[in-house]
Design a protein. Structure first.
Lengths: 337, 319
């Protein structure tokens, strides 16, 4: 009741107000000016453009802050090495040079690192998708007797882990996976979060699809492979992105297990080593003098930025195409199972 | 006809079958899931026996079973060390900073995006702000180094704004009191867009008639945000908050490890970095495992505590 009354009250004066109340303003006296300004602000308030304007500016600023370091890194990587040590490079290289890239591309290590990075990413992603989606399907079947038990065991892994040293001992001592390529693949074959994302998606598919196949005599493998798996493509694209990015960005396993094997280094690890050296330089008290002295033979900053660009490029290229999938995937997966 | 067929192929048999008989009929599902179960046991649960090491003076050559048993000596040693106490403090401080400012900033971003009318602009902002989430921490720290170095953009900006003079530039990366805020800023930069996704999607599911009703009642934009949008995301907020409390011991490892240097070590070393340093770099496996185990146990308590609170608040539980 009061609600309706209010609505009526609020609406009537608006309707009753004639729109063309404005007179042509004559700026003859000071009070006219005040009136004009007042009127101006009233108009702005009425049309509600202040907030969208400020909002737009804030969001543009945010985009700028997000993109600035990325563009800055690209700019530095294309700058002349010694000149870059003076700092103060903005969005454009000051002295253009591709020396960092040509140096980088003559280093044979970068090719093997690129190859290792690509192959670990591809293999991990494919295996991960198969195993995780299969498990997700099995755990989406309500009639499955082990469902509760396995789900609990899986979900707990998100919160509890044995810790760094026991895992290290498992991989080096028990399984002898270190100093091999397989240490990149085998320990990272499963992620509970991704499983939950896929399972939630499968739960949202109409039950009738698999039921009719079952009536036609299809087993669970066939239902999964022929019906569920193809239907899951949008969510699988999301998960593939997560897994691929996670695998591509990983550097710590290289350091732990393959630090001594140069032919198994990944791009991210090369970058990490470059970063460590420059980190130490940057924090010496006489940083600039030191760096200047070194600049004669090496160009650590441009080189580091060039590797950064090379190792970020694949993600930057793939990301916009998968972007439309992952938001839905994320939302469907929700925060929990 | 269909109904009759359905009756023959019952999915949920009314008659109680034995567990193994049912499992036998579901062998295909079992084949799909049991290998992964074994995998998880091997890689996630089996290593927990390695916690034994934390009660030992572990020598890799002798193995965990033959090493000398020292009881709680490792733990006593740990809690007598100032750098371990510092590591606990740093871990908690950085994850609390992350939790508070990360959540606030992502809610703010979600609210601002929710007010944007133009779909194109909204999409663009989202695409751009999600991007850093996909960059590795190595790359992000490298960029942060460009920004925050002595001759970096931030210092130049401050100089041209007249806030600091060119003679006393701020050594952002070498100032130990600045380490926590710096990590907070970098984490927010990296994750704010990504973390806002869940809030944005919750906001889009708010009933639009609520906004209309509020407008008719005379609520302006800020009132609508305050009384419709924010209450609309309350339950998501609570669930995420509780979940994050379960993760409070995970302050992150990469960023602290990558940004560490001798000058800031006192404020940068987290428990994970501590156990890496003692375990793998110096070979003190017992001590490192003890510190990791301490972390896991506190995490378990936090998780169950958070779950308990969730139950009390009548939200969905986590496990």
């Amino acid at each position: 009741m009061p609600y309706a009354e209010k609505a009526v009250k609020a609406k009537t004066p608006l309707k009753g107000q004639p729109r063309k109340q404005k007179e042509p303003i004559k700026l003859e006296s000071f009070s006219d000016l005040i009136k004009y300004i007042k009127n101006f602000f009233f108009e702005i308030k009425k049309r509600d453009i202040v907030f969208p304007l400020i909002n737009g500016i804030i969001l543009c600023l945010l985009m700028f802050i997000t993109l600035y370091p990325v563009i800055n890194t690209v700019a530095i990587s294309f700058n002349d090495g010694i000149d870059a040590l003076r700092g103060n490079i903005g969005l454009w290289p000051r002295m253009f040079s591709t020396k960092a890239y040509s140096d980088l591309l003559t280093d044979p290590l970068i090719y093997s690192a690129f190859f290792i990075s690509v192959s670990r990413t591809v293999i991990t992603t494919i295996l991960n998708l198969l195993t995780t989606s299969m498990l997700a399907y099995a755990l989406s079947r309500k009639e499955y007797v082990l469902r509760k038990f396995i789900t609990t065991a899986m979900v707990l892994t998100m919160y509890v882990n044995a810790g760094l040293i026991p895992n290290y001992l498992l991989i080096t001592d028990t399984l002898n996976l270190d100093k091999s390529f397989w240490v990149y693949i085998i320990p990272t074959m499963f992620s509970c979060f991704n499983m939950i994302v896929i399972r939630t998606y499968i739960n949202g598919l109409p039950e009738a699809l698999s039921e009719s196949a079952r009536i036609d005599g299809a087993g669970d493998f066939r239902i999964f492979w022929r019906i569920i798996f193809p239907l899951c493509m949008p969510v699988l694209a999301t998960v593939a992105l997560f897994v691929a990015v996670g695998s591509w960005n990983q550097w710590f396993d290289t350091q732990l297990y393959n630090g001594g094997k140069k032919n198994l280094h990944t791009l991210q690890y090369l970058l990490k080593m470059k970063l460590a050296t420059s980190m130490n330089q940057a924090n010496k008290a006489n940083a600039t003098a030191d760096a200047m002295a070194q600049a004669a033979n090496t160009t650590p900053i441009t080189m580091r930025c060039a590797i950064t660009v090379v190792s970020a490029l694949p993600i930057l290229l793939v990301y916009p195409f998968l972007q439309r999938y992952f938001v839905t995937g994320m939302v469907l997966g929700g925060v929990k199972g | 006809m269909i109904g009759a067929a359905n009756k023959n192929v019952q999915l949920h048999p009314k008659r109680k079958m034995g567990f193994f008989k049912t499992l036998g009929r579901q062998y295909q599902l079992a084949l799909m899931s049991v290998p992964m179960l074994l995998y998880v046991f091997l890689f996630n649960y089996f290593p927990m026996w390695g916690w034994l090491v934390s009660f030992e003076k572990f020598k890799p050559k002798q193995g965990a079973l033959n090493s000398k048993w020292v009881g709680l000596e490792n733990f006593e040693w740990l809690f007598g060390r100032a750098d371990f106490i510092n590591a606990i403090r740093n871990t908690l401080a950085m994850s609390v900073i992350n939790l508070i400012f990360g959540t606030l900033s992502s809610i703010l971003l979600a609210v601002l995006l929710n007010e944007v009318r133009s779909r194109f602009f909204k999409r663009t902002v989202q695409t751009v702000t999600y991007l850093p989430h996909f960059l590795s921490m190595v790359i992000v720290v490298g960029m942060a180094q460009n920004m925050f170095s002595a001759d970096g953009t931030i210092n130049n900006l401050l100089i041209s704004a007249g806030i600091i003079s060119p003679e006393n530039k701020i050594f952002w990366l070498g100032e130990k009191t600045l380490f926590w805020p710096l990590v907070g800023v970098i984490n927010i930069w990296k994750e704010v867009g990504w973390n806002s996704i869940i809030y944005i999607s919750t906001m889009t599911s708010i009933d639009p008639t609520l906004y209309e009703a509020a407008s008719i009642d005379g609520a302006g934009r800020f009132r609508r945000i305050l009384h419709v949008t924010l209450p609309g995301i309350k339950s998501t907020f609570v669930v995420l908050l509780i979940m994050n409390i379960g993760h409070l011991m995970e302050a992150g490892f990469e960023i602290q490890y990558l940004m560490e240097n001798a000058l800031v070590k006192e404020y940068s070393q987290t428990i994970d970095v501590f156990s890496l340093r003692y375990g793998i770099s110096s070979g003190e496996y017992g001590i490192a495992t003890a510190s990791g185990m301490f972390k896991s146990i506190v995490a378990i308590f936090l998780l169950f505590g958070a779950n308990f609170i969730a139950k009390k608040l009548d939200e969905d539980t986590l496990i």
